[in-house]
Design a protein around this ligand. Structure first.
Ligand code: FEC
Length: 301
């Protein structure tokens, strides 16, 4: 029996020419305004031209394949750009696998995040009449190996700072989503709070809070508080040192390299507080081994 592991991530443009079409895909087929497009291009320029996300996803999938070894083959399928999830599904079918494990490279479930990847995977499978079995991993934030890994990362970022000192605080963060998800009973916010508590407990970091980041301006309310507002409130209470731990992301990309490393860093400088960020897991061998454990527990071998 041969198992395909489909590693799914957001995707990103491979050249500046592709930014508009990529942004249109994110917006469900509606073209962005020239101002919104220029703003996105400027953010990419600020982080060095383009996002490293597509290459990092490829490296994560390749390393996971090596770690899993015989009987597994890894593939990459992206939500918003090539190789799209459907392109990966076609390749998996052509390669003759009889089972697909769907792994989203984001630890927490929302209908709008992991649910969206699953929907793409199942729709593509149905569209080509593939007969392989699909086993989706619905979330994996509570995998004990991941909690330990994220806690180690947090300890490393805290470094010489005393985590017990109330003027030092950890801000766990994740991508915001429209508030309306709560009305549907979406578990996203609860999972993020649970995840933060688990990691903080293992890291021995009692002073923490959770904040959202990366809201889009879509004309409807998004989940808050925003991390920039939370940093300002901490400063006004006498806070001096902050660690941002973006636990909803597992790679360096725009939402980390711009929203934290530019926006939060500028905000911290304005507020006069010291700010550090936890390192992104990327293809750190300890993280790849966590992912292998997540896949093996779903695959049953
Ligand atoms: O580095 C890169 O090029 C890609 C960075 C990137 C990641 C990412 C992750 C998530 N998003 C999620 C939801 C939404 C919703 C909208 C939305 C909009 C954008 C825009 C850009 C973008 N997202 Fe994203 N997201 C990334 C990039 N995202 C660019 C559009 C411009 C902007 O607002 O900045 C709103 C769509 C709409 O307008 O209708 C909703 C979620 C995640 C985390 C899970 C995952 O990684 O898949 C949820 C990385």
């Amino acid at each position: 029996m041969s198992t395909a592991v489909l590693c799914m991530a957001y995707g990103g443009p491979r050249s500046t020419d592709e930014v508009e079409a990529y942004y249109t895909d994110i917006r469900g087929g509606r073209k962005p305004s020239p101002e919104a497009l220029a703003d996105l291009v400027a953010r990419y320029e600020r982080i060095g031209g383009l996002s490293p996300l597509p290459q990092i996803t490829q490296r994560q999938a390749a390393a996971l394949g090596d770690e899993l070894g015989d009987g597994y083959q890894t593939y990459v399928g992206m939500k918003h750009w090539h190789p799209f999830v459907r392109e990966a599904v076609e390749q998996i079918a052509a390669d003759g696998h009889d089972r697909v494990i769907g792994l989203v490279l984001a630890p927490h479930y929302s209908k709008m995040s992991i649910g969206g990847y699953e929907q793409r995977l199942r729709a593509a499978t149905e569209a080509i009449g593939a007969t392989f079995r699909v086993d989706m991993i619905p979330f994996w934030y509570d995998n004990p190996g991941f909690v330990r890994f994220a806690a180690e990362n947090l300890r490393a970022a805290l470094g010489d700072w005393d985590a017990e000192d109330t003027t030092t605080r950890v801000f766990f963060s994740a991508h915001s989503l429209p508030e309306r998800i709560l009305a549907d009973g979406d578990p996203y916010q609860d999972q993020l709070l649970d995840s933060s508590g688990l990691i903080a407990a293992v890291a021995g970091a009692p002073n923490w809070e959770f904040a959202f980041q990366s809201q889009s301006h879509t004309g409807e309310p998004w989940l808050g508080p925003d991390v920039l507002t939370s940093l300002a409130a901490f400063c006004s209470r006498g806070g001096k040192r902050a660690v941002v731990a973006p636990i909803g992301f597992v790679a360096d990309h725009l939402e980390v390299l711009y929203d934290i490393d530019v926006e939060c860093v500028e905000k911290a400088a304005e507020l006069g507080i010291d700010l550090r960020r936890t390192a992104s897991p990327n293809d750190d061998p300890r993280f790849i081994s966590v992912l292998a454990g997540v896949v093996r527990s779903r695959s049953g071998r």
